[in-house]
Design a protein around this ligand. Structure first.
Ligand code: PLP
Length: 364
């Protein structure tokens, strides 16, 4: 194996991809208009719908998550979009909406704070908006907002369509799309689903499709109505990344074999193990603990460990890497992912390595 791949990723995406998933991608190529493709696509739908807790179609987009994040705004925002901003990814969504030429309102929270449902209500009450975006799990700060409380507020405004990013929380915790009334629920392949990057998944409600019909400038590649008409034939609008769809089939089999409830419980357990390690070393979470993500832990680097030295040692001695802080939080926080296929055994090994390296750097 090449040296570039001889260490394990504990960064919050991309995460480690299992040998089984990698192998699934090597299946022989098929034509994307063939019956074999239709069978593959249609076999995936019911399992995806159950994971999304929805009766709506789940579209497969050959892009990273940003493709459908941008596309959703393009399909749905006629009047004005409210962007809830509490970290790097959600901040950027506001920028992206403006680059599309959309009228956009910024609802800003300090990094590390969750989205506040009361602030959402106050802003939506102005009547200025027809769309809202927010990120369930802000990966940059390890902050998980209260999606049920936010959606309860959004449902008070029937003209406002909701676009919710669950890139790093999908399948980590249950996210019940239809029950919550989410119009577009989207995720990507390389984080919580532990697949290689390049595939985005999004489920779109009927009223979002109805809104899209009234939008004149949806473009082509991310047009929801193109996705829908092809979906009805068991296909995608253009040639999709077929190896990743094989990988998705394999991953769905894994998830079904484990059982979703067991999967959610495993993530919670592993997340707690890492969180307890951090607190045993005197590190607090960057966000308030009750909003701490279940998919990763973002610790405040209050003990001022040299994080680049830590990562160098982790990589050379233990063959794994963690994240030394995103964007403006570089050096000030560190993030450790427990997404995907991690087990008690692998997290115990990770903690052993962290103990060794941090113990040395902390002088203890
Ligand atoms: C990683 C991430 C994205 C962006 O995903 P890409 O795959 O780079 O497009 C968006 N939202 C969240 C919450 C993320 O963690």
């Amino acid at each position: 194996m090449s040296s570039a791949a001889s260490y394990k990723l504990h960064i919050p995406g991309p995460v480690q991809v299992s040998e089984k998933t990698m192998q699934a991608m090597t299946a022989p190529m098929i034509g994307h208009r063939s019956n074999d493709f239709v069978a593959l696509y249609q076999s995936i739908q019911p399992d995806l719908q159950s994971l999304f807790y929805t009766k709506d179609p789940v579209f497969l987009s050959t892009s990273s998550a940003w493709g459908v994040m941008e596309g959703s705004v393009r399909n749905l925002t006629h009047k004005k979009v409210l962007n809830c901003m509490n970290g790097a990814f959600s901040d950027k969504w506001n920028d992206v909406a403006q680059r599309l030429g959309k009228s956009a309102g910024a609802l800003k929270f300090e990094w590390g704070k969750p989205v506040d449902p009361e602030a959402v209500r106050a802003e939506l009450s102005t009547g200025a908006y027809d769309t809202i975006t927010f990120i369930h799990n802000e990966t940059s700060t390890g902050t998980m907002s209260d999606i049920a409380a936010i959606m309860a507020v959004v449902r008070e405004f029937p003209d406002v369509l909701s676009i919710v990013d669950t890139v790093s929380s999908f399948s980590v915790v249950p996210i019940k799309k239809d029950e919550l009334g989410i119009d577009v629920l989207l995720t990507g392949s390389q984080k919580a689903l532990a697949m290689p990057p390049g595939l985005a998944l999004c489920s779109v409600s009927q009223r979002a499709l109805d809104r899209a019909k009234t939008m004149p400038d949806r473009g082509y590649y991310f047009d929801f109505l193109e996705f829908l008409s092809n979906h009805e034939k068991g296909m995608t609008p253009s040639t999709p990344v077929i190896p990743l769809i094989y990988a998705l089939r394999s991953k769905l089999d894994d998830i079904l074999a484990e059982g979703v409830e067991a999967r959610y419980a495993r993530h919670r357990k592993l997340n707690t193990m890492v969180r307890e390690w951090g607190s045993s070393k005197g590190f607090e979470l960057f966000p308030e603990a009750r909003y701490g993500s279940i998919a990763l832990n973002c610790f405040a680097n209050t003990r001022e460990v040299d994080l680049s030295a830590a990562n160098k040692l982790l990589k050379s001695k233990h063959r794994l890497v963690i994240d030394g802080g995103y964007g403006k939080l570089k050096g000030k926080t560190f993030r450790i992912s427990n997404m995907g296929d991690e087990t008690e055994e692998t997290i115990t090994a990770l903690i052993g390595a962290l103990d060794d390296v941090f113990g040395g750097l902390l002088g203890g």
